[in-house]
Design a binder for this molecule. Structure first.
Ligand SMILES: Cc1ncc(COP(=O)(O)O)c(C=O)c1O
Length: 415
């Protein structure tokens, strides 16, 4: 459920009509509903209330500090994948003791920053990363809390670009090697083995791959116990999917029940989850304005948002619902919804029944809260668009529209 609804033919975000926001900040813009963000966070988090757990929101999916702060107030932590995301999480007031750090390519500087910040756990993805972390920690005379990220070789049955748990993917350590690396980690002077982590992919629409991977991880944790290695944290990553179109992903309760059933085999472990999309995906939209329409062999509706603002359709062929912000009785036309970017791959919808549109009409690109703004870029030298957070009848610009001056910030012409 989300809080984007029509009232008298005009789409509102909670109590605010979207044309009002458009008039205030221009187009395109991202709008997020605080009520939906809260509801979705709590739906996932509370599904695990009966077991020790930490909900570490995947910052990459939507990294604005106002949104991270909102989840922090709800008791959430953060899953980060870069020094920049750590900076954002800390700036948002997230408790470092609720931050886990994933990713295959953490630099020594990033490791140092995170170690000094006192994060909960590093999810280490290679033996070389482990050795680097040991060196960094020794130099700082600190002890690094570590989980090794296991690659369970499980097919998440999602888009190839967002599958992470197959043996051929770059993520994690093969199960066959992991026990030996845990033994090495255990022997390192500035490493403390705390957990096991695993994340098999994003936009999963069935529970079976989660079950398959947690069962493999739990069998592995039991094996570690026989080697004298005790695991305190089991980080099962994120990945629960949402409905963009016709998908019917498991409800949080079903997902939680499956994980909890498996976890009963390792009492005493605290569960960490890293949900992103399932919390923010349907809590945000991108609002864009129709610039022109044209027809020839095909019909095109040209809008002021492009693949630099929302990369998912171009990158993954992803589906986003398109709705008129103000409903009319003009009917529908099968058309491509395209942006101003000079790439044929710049589209938001292809051969879709879309509202018959005229210059100046506002269209809402639905389900754009996850991997929307956070993947946006300045390609074609387009300033990034504003982000607006709606709370009840009020709205707040939580990121200003960039200016042309922002585009060349930091650039210089040599003498
Ligand atoms: C390590 C890790 N954790 C969590 C997530 C969040 O995934 P999702 O947004 O599908 O919940 C990702 C995204 O791919 C990830 O790489």
């Amino acid at each position: 459920m989300n809080h984007f609804e029509y009232r008298e033919q005009t789409m509102h975000c909670e109590g605010v009509p979207l044309p009002l926001i458009a008039a205030a900040v221009g187009t395109p813009f991202y709008a997020y509903s605080a009520a939906t963000l809260t509801r979705h966070f709590q739906a996932i988090d509370q599904a695990f209330n009966d077991i020790p757990h930490v909900t570490c929101f995947a910052a990459k999916s939507c990294s604005n500090i106002a949104i991270l702060n909102l989840f922090g107030h709800l008791g959430g932590g953060a899953d980060i994948v870069s020094g920049g995301e750590l900076f954002r999480a800390l700036s948002a007031g997230i408790d470092p003791k609720k931050i886990v750090y994933s990713g295959v390519g953490k630099s020594p500087e990033e490791l140092r920053y995170a170690l000094k910040s006192g994060i909960l756990m590093f999810n280490v993805e290679s033996l070389q990363e482990l050795a680097t972390l040991q060196q960094v920690a020794a130099a700082l005379d600190l002890v690094a809390p570590v989980a090794l990220r296991i690659n369970p070789d499980v097919d998440p049955k999602t888009h190839a670009y967002i599958s992470t748990g197959l043996a051929k993917n770059k993520f994690g350590l093969p199960l066959e090697q992991a026990a030996a690396i845990y033994a090495e980690a255990q022997a390192m002077s500035h490493i403390e083995v705390m957990g096991v982590s695993c994340h098999i992919g994003s936009q999963l629409t069935t529970v079976a791959p989660f079950v398959e991977s947690i069962n493999k991880v739990i069998a592995f944790v039991k094996r570690l116990a026989t080697d004298g290695i005790t695991i305190k944290y089991l980080d099962m990553g994120g990945g629960l999917g949402i409905c963009y179109d016709q998908e019917e992903p498991p409800l949080p309760a079903e997902y939680a029940a499956a994980l909890k059933k498996a976890l009963a085999g390792v009492p005493g472990c605290t569960l960490i989850i890293e949900p992103g999309r399932v919390i923010v995906g349907n809590a945000g939209i991108l609002v864009t304005k129709v610039l022109y329409t044209k027809s020839g062999a095909k019909q095109f509706i040209i809008v002021d948002a492009g693949m630099n603002d929302l990369a998912r359709p171009s990158l993954y062929g992803a589906y986003h619902g398109i709705q008129a912000v103000v409903q009319s009785d003009r009917g529908e036309v099968v058309a491509d919804l395209v942006g101003p970017i000079c790439e044929t791959g710049d589209f938001l919808a292809k051969e879709r029944a879309l509202p018959v549109s005229e210059t100046g009409d506002l269209l809402a690109v639905m389900s754009a809260g996850a991997y929307g703004f956070s993947m946006s870029s300045n390609y074609n030298s387009r300033p990034r668009v504003p982000e607006v957070l709606v709370r009840g009848d009020e709205f707040f610009v939580i990121r200003k529209r960039e200016t042309f001056a922002d585009l060349i910030h930091g650039e210089s012409i040599p003498e």
